[in-house]
Each structure stands twice: as structure tokens, then as C-alpha cells.
Design a protein around this ligand. Structure first.
Ligand code: CA
Length: 511
């Protein structure tokens, strides 16, 4: 058996994470002389010192909880032994007090992408068929199946045809202030760089959300003689006519998309969305810090890097406002946190609704520990901008795009924010994928990568085993992003066609 190993993230930490595969039994002795007083599962915490009742439990150099009773050195420090710290008060968060200096620029890194008329760059060439309302979803999905079988094979340069279907558009309080979130999400989804400005929109006719509200005039660079909207209630000859109409409009768009060619683009044209799902205690030790290195490389190369998931960063708000590029950016961040606090309060919950039972089984005691592990993805650069859910991101550098932590809602909102590459870290494992952009999945532990070699693209668990450094895996992720964005390497989710449904964030009432 290999020598017992743990990882201590920060020298101030009084707990460390056991990284030996399968965990360790009582009596296991580490190289430093520490002996376990009881069995500790893999990815769970061990006390490095004796902790008195009420003592701060420190990881990442910050307090992640308080000991409920005395904990002796070598014990398993689990959820049941810790009280979570109070949530940081938003009004006392520091504003841009610790803005990091810019890192040296990184030049000479390119990828092959599809340059769009608006200057954005696609990493895939996809025909999207958007919808105003749920009523048309099944018809559009039927049409898409036929387009893929009968028409798409003639347009070899187009990767896919995607139906942007959703349960919104009617039977909802469309005048509610909160309706702005799903409506702008649908509007901005259409503008995702991978759709090349050639989106087709299908409407029912009588729905509340009308095409003109969803796609304002001039938003799509379509030819005046080629209507981009199909209204099903205009059909005089039944379902067959509806489907034929959608297919005919789709073919015109396929003809134009088929002419797109990849050209060499600087890495600064990347808009990379970061997310995690099914996190464990190793997320913040291996995968997320490695993604953080990749995030710093991307920012140095001039790209946009988005991180999200409000409930996972909420308990690190004071650290992120300090890191903001200006007090205005910090206030924008606090505005999004306050909006989400209100949203959760209205729903009768608070941030303790996160983490999940799977997170806890994976070793995460509470949302504070999860937040610290989550923000490791954001690297070390200044926070340059903050956007609300479903808003388009236009700034370069590190951006916080506020979204829920739900994998599918976050992914959908990041697509609306104009993401053209997605990096997803997972500890417990998920076969997550999106049709619109490539998803690179990074496992936090080698056990998952070994069990799912045909789903996981990068094994960051090698860091825990001492087989690779955080910097090495960070560079590997950065280079893989360029390969995948160029279409030279397919991610596992694209090889299998694992394309999850979009999920809108609708904080407003349903009528
Ligand atoms: Ca997530």
C-alpha cells in the first residue's frame, strides 16, 4: 500500500484532506508522524492539532467552521463536529482593498475559430432553432430530428442542429420585474457566438412572449428577404406544413452556416465559462486550483473567464469584493449577492440549502468550505466585471456572471452570457454536456477518472497522488481548451452526443 498522504492547502490550516485512495484506517501514520485515531474516508478532513471546543477550524487559511466539542489531533473532522460561521454581512465587505496587480501578458497562443460579423468567435458551427414558447417545443424537436436525418448530411461543415426549447413564454407573469431574467436569457442565447448569427425562431402566434420582444429588430443579421421567424398558427394545412416550413427556413440557414471557415484567432477571443457540479473535498485541492491556473493563463492571454454559482461564492463574498478591480465592480458584486439573498428568503430557504447530501458524503462540511473550494477556480487575477443572470458578458478578464449553482441553469445562463468554451470540474461525477459549446470535464480524483475514462477529459486527481503539480495540470487544461476550441480534439460529451436540455432561470411567478 502507498504511504498515507494528505494535502494541506495553506500553512495556516489546522486540518488537512486525506487523499489516499479509499481513505485510511485508524492507526495510519503519515510521513510527518501524525497518526489517525480513527478511520478517515478519502477527501475528508483530519485534525492536524488538538482543537478545543469552540476553536476555529481553518482551511484555505480561513475559518470554515467552529469545533462543536474538543477534537484531538488525528481525528476525522466531519460535518457533525462543526458549526458553520455566520454569513459575512454584505454591508461590511471591503471594496477593492486588495486588487491584484495585473499578471504579465501571455502572447502567441491562438486557436482556429469561426469569426462572426459582430467580432465574436465560434468554437462550433451550430444551427440553433429558438422558440418563443413551450407550445412549439415538440414540433420543433420533431423538425430537428428530420433536419438532422434528411438535410444536415448535405452540409458537412455544420456540426449540429439544436432546438432551444424551454417551458417559458406563456402562462407566466411576463410583466413581473423578475421576467427580465428569463426573457433576456432567451434573447442572449440566440446571440451565442457558436450560432453564427443565423438563428431561426419558431413562434406559436398567440403567446405572451412575442418574437419582437424576444429578438429585437436588428439583433439577427438575417437577409430581409429571408424571414427568420416561423409562426405555426399561420399554417393553413396542418402539421405537415408547419414542419415543412421550419425545414425550408432551416435549410437556408444551413447553406449560409456551411460557408463558415475556421480562421486563426488569438486566445483573447475565448469566453470560457467555469462551473463545478458534484463537488467533493478534493475539488478545492486538485481540479479547482488547476482550473484557477488555467484561468490566470487565459486572463493573461486577454480572454474572458467567467465564474458563477452565487450560492457557492456567497460565503467568500468578502474575499471577492476585496479582489475587485474597482469599488464599482465590488458594489456590482454585492448587488447580485443581495438580490440572491432576497430571492432565497422569498422562497423560505437560505444558503444552507446547498451543499447537497452528495457533497457532504464527499467530505464538504458546509457551504463555507464549498465556497472556498469553488472560488479556487477563479485563479488570482482582479475581478473585472459582474453581470446579472442571463446578461451578455462583453468585458475581457475575470468576470463574475451571477447564476444559480444548478448545473443546467448555470450552463444555460453562461451560454446566454456568450460563453464559447466550458470547463466543468466534478468530484462525484456527472455525464454533463451541452450541445452549443464543448464541455471539458475535469475530475478532482483519479478514482472517478479511472471508473469513467470515457467521460472525463482531464484527471486532476494526479495532483493528489503527487504525480503532477497544480501548475502542470493548469497548463494542460489551458492547452486542451485551445485544441478543443479549434475543433482538433473532441470532448467525451461531444463524442457521445451527451447534450443536456437547457434550463431557464425563472425567478418570477407562473400564472
Ligand atoms: Ca454547478
Amino acid at each position: 500500500m502507498a504511504a498515507p498522504r494528505y494535502i494541506r492547502v495553506d500553512e495556516r490550516d489546522n486540518v488537512a484532506v486525506v487523499v489516499s485512495p479509499g481513505g485510511l484506517p485508524a492507526g495510519a501514520r503519515f510521513a510527518c508522524g501524525l497518526v489517525l485515531t480513527e478511520a478517515v474516508p478519502e477527501a475528508h478532513k483530519v485534525a492536524l492539532v488538538d482543537l478545543a471546543a469552540g476553536a476555529a477550524v481553518v482551511r484555505y487559511g480561513v475559518t470554515i467552521g467552529y469545533a462543536r466539542r474538543a477534537i484531538v489531533r488525528g481525528s476525522w473532522v466531519h460535518e457533525g463536529l462543526m458549526d458553520a460561521p455566520a454569513v459575512p454581512a454584505l454591508e461590511s465587505c471591503p471594496l477593492a482593498t486588495a486588487t491584484p496587480d495585473p499578471l504579465p501578458p501571455l502572447e502567441g497562443f491562438n486557436f482556429e475559430g469561426y469569426r462572426n460579423p459582430d467580432g465574436s468567435v465560434g468554437t462550433k458551427n451550430v444551427l440553433a432553432i429558438s422558440t418563443t414558447v413551450q407550445c412549439v417545443a415538440a414540433t420543433v424537436q420533431h423538425a430537428v430530428r428530420r433536419i438532422k436525418a434528411e438535410i444536415l448530411p448535405r452540409y458537412a461543415n455544420v456540426d449540429d442542429v439544436v432546438a432551444l426549447t424551454h417551458p417559458y413564454g406563456c402562462g407566466v407573469a411576463i410583466e413581473s420585474p423578475a421576467a427580465e431574467v428569463p426573457i433576456r436569457t432567451l434573447r442572449n442565447l440566440v446571440l451565442n457566438p457558436n450560432f453564427g448569427g443565423e438563428v431561426l425562431l419558431v413562434s406559436l402566434g398567440c403567446e405572451k412572449l412575442q418574437p419582437a420582444q424576444l429578438v429585437p429588430a436588428g439583433a439577427l443579421p438575417v437577409l430581409a428577404d429571408q424571414p427568420s421567424i416561423s409562426v405555426l398558427q399561420d399554417a393553413q394545412q396542418g402539421f405537415g406544413e408547419m414542419v415543412a416550413s421550419i425545414m425550408a427556413l432551416a435549410e437556408k440557414r444551413l447553406q449560409r452556416l456551411n460557408q463558415r471557415q475556421r480562421v486563426t484567432c488569438p486566445a483573447s477571443d475565448l469566453v470560457v465559462g467555469l462551473q463545478c457540479g458534484g463537488s467533493d473535498a478534493l475539488s478545492g485541492v486538485t481540479a479547482n486550483p488547476a482550473v484557477g491556473i488555467a484561468a490566470d493563463l487565459l486572463v493573461r492571454a486577454g480572454a474572458t473567464v467567467m465564474f458563477s454559482e452565487v450560492t457557492e461564492v456567497r460565503d467568500a463574498a468578502h474575499l471577492l469584493t476585496a479582489r475587485a478591480a474597482s469599488p464599482e465592480v465590488a458594489r456590482d458584486f454585492l448587488r447580485e449577492m443581495a438580490w440572491y439573498d432576497d430571492y432565497l428568503r422569498t422562497g423560505g430557504v437560505d444558503r444552507s440549502a446547498n451543499p447537497t447530501p452528495g457533497n457532504k458524503k464527499g467530505g464538504l462540511a458546509n457551504v463555507v468550505e464549498k465556497a472556498m473550494g469553488s472560488i479556487a477556480k477563479s485563479g488570482s487575477t482582479a475581478l473585472r466585471a459582474v453581470t446579472g443572470p442571463g446578461e451578455r458578458v462583453t468585458q475581457k478578464g475575470l468576470v463574475f456572471a451571477a447564476t444559480p449553482a444548478s448545473d443546467f441553469i448555470c450552463g444555460t445562463l453562461q451560454l446566454a452570457a456568450s460563453m464559447n468554451m466550458h470547463v466543468f470540474t466534478t468530484g462525484r461525477g456527472t455525464p454533463y454536456g451541452l450541445a452549443a459549446v464543448p464541455v471539458i470535464k475535469v475530475s478532482t480524483n483519479s478514482g472517478l477518472a479511472a471508473r469513467w475514462p470515457d467521460l472525463i477529459d482531464v484527471d486532476a486527481g494526479r495532483i493528489a497522488a503527487g504525480a503532477a503539480t497544480v501548475e502542470e495540470v493548469g497548463w494542460e487544461i489551458f492547452r486542451l481548451i485551445l485544441e478543443v476550441a479549434s475543433g482538433r480534439h473532441k470532448t467525451w460529451s461531444d463524442r457521445w452526443g451527451l447534450h443536456n436540455e437547457l434550463a431557464l432561470f425563472n425567478p418570477g411567478p407562473v400564472t
